[in-house]
Design a binder for this molecule. Structure first.
Ligand code: F6R
Length: 606
């Protein structure tokens, strides 16, 4: 989704603005623009395309300004054109505005402003904002009062930021439901839609809450309430991410880097504060029912969670895709809604949580981004500590969430007395082996997975099959393939195959089957049975399994053999294989791996 970066300092800030907006590229965008100040007038540059190309073509870095705002746009209202690119200015050229979110009443506002003589250049909802600022400034002769009047008439969601030559050292911003924060440096102050906008310069952040606006200058900042105009004392949040961890560090893509970070990410998850895990386990124990919510990858994490809670703790907790939650969920004071979200900003998931809270339900979340809307909204948040996930495709964050759900499920199982301490300890020991096993798989199997992915990269349709807990692994792995390689991949329970889909199996249909370890006897045999059904119809099967070489002679068309591991961690290892297979298919097809088309890192619109 759109990104905002702003800076005000003692010296030229164009470099900082460039770095800030580049760090937000991962959110996804299709055009870019900046507003700077030249003495007493605004300088606007904007165009479609990439940030680097835009800054080069428009010579932005050769300009000098002590204040500026930059924006990357993800088109919602209006096509991807220069005219629709932010910043937008008022008729008198006195206000330059960038905005994330959606102004839902922009049509009547635009009609009224047009009747009053304002001229519009774009099809966007945002453009009403500078014109409203101009209008209310004329009435009040005060920028802050004009801002409060504007906020009052805007419906919908916004993180809006603007500068004006009438206040040449100040950045004004306001927030309702779209993320916005300040970076508090010694030499400069920053505004951003997330920490990455200023992480290279300061680790001190002030998170702006809904209903607040801020006025930021080089030496100071003030945060106030929309309605009362009263000042609000805000805490400084220390960002515990290192700016180095947001760099590619020698990897060709963030996706690969983040897949390779998983041994460390798993270790971090295992080191979660046990008090916090116990608190969540208590909430689950005390609730009459629990629903898991997430969307896209996190919906599949939620589905994984259902299998884990059902099998370990006898706790059936249906997953619901966040966007479907209002149509499906029946929740009340005795319910707990547990959300999964990497960004902590996903509109659908936040909306589901709000709905749950409005019905009296307790809410909790496992979130990666500290200070995010979801982490602050819920009754109980667990910060997963996976470090910044820059690639638009989620990998390490999802794996970590699955692990944290497992840790909590084990605690609930002990509380419910459906698991002995001995089994609990053995399970924990298995989980502690996971980082080492993932590391050895990354070291020893990546080359082979690369070769297989390259050989089959021209396949246009894959079936991804798994039974039991391997079913959400199949679903998630299929999503990875679709979103990064743009190859059709359909995840399905392997047992579902014989209820219709088998009809289309022939030598042109390719399947990947996630096979459990042999020690999981019933699930193993049932899965192998599905493989037999496909092979009997001459279908191609890539089997990912834990058997010894030669044990399944002639069963698979291709096989990927994994080291023997306990059943508890086997599906997590299979998921890493699914990630690598999609990654190498995407690189073989020369896809834009870190910024695939039509997907944004945090989807903040409904
Ligand atoms: C998949 C992906 C998306 C997100 C989904 C939820 O790789 O990135 O499907 O999983 O948009 O995002 P978060 O986890 O930020 O709530």
């Amino acid at each position: 989704m759109c990104g905002i970066s702003g800076a005000v300092g003692l010296n030229n800030i164009t470099d900082e603005l460039y770095q800030g907006i580049r760090n937000l590229e991962y959110r996804g965008y299709d055009s870019c623009g900046v507003a700077l100040m030249d003495k007493k007038s605004l300088v606007i540059r904007k165009n479609t395309g990439g940030v680097e190309e835009f800054f080069r073509k428009e010579n932005v870095l050769s300009l000098s300004s002590k204040i500026g705002i930059a924006h990357t746009r993800w088109a919602t209202h209006g096509k991807v054109t220069r005219e629709n690119t932010h910043p937008f200015t008022s008729c008198d050229g006195k206000f330059a505005v960038v905005h994330n979110g959606i102004i839902s009443n922009f049509r009547p506002l635009k009609d009224k402003l047009t009747r009053e003589g304002h001229k519009f250049d774009s099809e966007t909802d945002t453009e009403v904002i500078p014109h409203l600022l101009e209008k209310y400034y004329k009435e009040t002769k005060n920028i802050e009062q004009a801002l409060r009047k504007v906020i009052n008439v805007l419906e919908g969601t916004f993180a809006l930021v603007f500068i004006s030559p009438m206040a040449p050292g100040q950045i004004f911003c306001a927030k309702r439901e779209s993320p916005l924060m300040l970076g508090i440096g010694d030499e400069a102050k920053y505004v951003g839609s997330d920490f990455n906008a200023f992480i290279d310069h300061t680790k001190n952040a002030v998170i702006i809450d809904d209903g607040e606006y801020a006025i930021v200058s080089r030496d100071s900042y003030v945060v106030k309430d929309f309605v009362t105009g009263q000042e609000i004392q805000k805490n400084i949040t220390k960002i515990d991410w290192d700016s180095e961890t947001t760099k590619k560090g020698g990897y060709p893509h963030y996706m690969l880097k983040e897949i390779y970070e998983q041994p460390q990410v798993v270790t971090n998850a295992l080191e979660q504060d046990s008090k916090s895990l116990d608190e969540l386990a208590d909430m689950i124990f005390e609730s009459e029912k629990m629903i898991l919510v997430g969307v896209g990858t996190t919906y599949y994490v939620a589905s994984y969670g259902n299998y884990i809670f059902s099998s370990l703790a006898g706790e059936f907790c249906p997953p619901i895709s966040s966007d479907e939650f209002p149509s499906l969920a029946n929740v009340d004071e005795k319910s707990l809604v547990l959300a999964l979200s990497q960004s902590g900003e996903t509109y659908d998931t936040l909306t589901a949580l709000k709905y749950a809270k409005s019905q009296g339900a307790k809410t909790a979340a496992i979130v990666n981004v500290m200070g995010s809307a979801i982490s602050r909204f819920v009754d109980k948040a667990i910060l997963q500590g996976s470090g910044p996930e820059i690639c638009v495709i989620s990998t390490k964050a999802a794996l970590s969430q699955m692990l944290i759900l497992t840790l909590v499920a084990l605690r609930v199982a002990v509380k419910k007395k459906v698991m002995t301490k001995k089994v609990f300890n053995a399970s924990m020991a298995a989980l502690h082996d996971l980082p080492g096993i993932i590391q050895s798989i990354l070291n020893e199997r990546s080359g082979f997975i690369h070769r297989i992915a390259h050989s089959y990269c021209k396949v246009r349709h894959w079936l991804y099959l798994g039974r039991g807990i391997y079913y959400p692994v199949a679903l998630e792995s299929a999503l990875k393939m679709k979103e990064v390689a743009y190859v059709h991949a359909e995840g399905m329970p392997a047992g579902f195959l014989k209820h219709g889909t088998l009809a289309m199996i022939d030598q042109d249909i390719y399947s990947i089957v996630f096979i459990p370890p042999r020690s999981d006897k019933a699930l193993y045999e049932a899965t192998i049975h599905s493989v037999d059904e496909i092979r009997a119809r001459s279908g191609f099967v890539l089997g990912i399994h834990f058997d010894e070489r030669g044990k399944n002679k002639d069963l698979f068309s291709e096989e990927l053999i994994l080291p023997k591991v306990p059943p508890l961690i086997a599906p997590l290892i299979q998921m890493v294989i699914g990630q690598l297979f999609s990654y190498f298919t995407a690189t073989s097809l020369k896809r834009n791996v870190d910024k695939p088309r039509s997907l944004a890192k945090s989807v903040t619109v409904g």
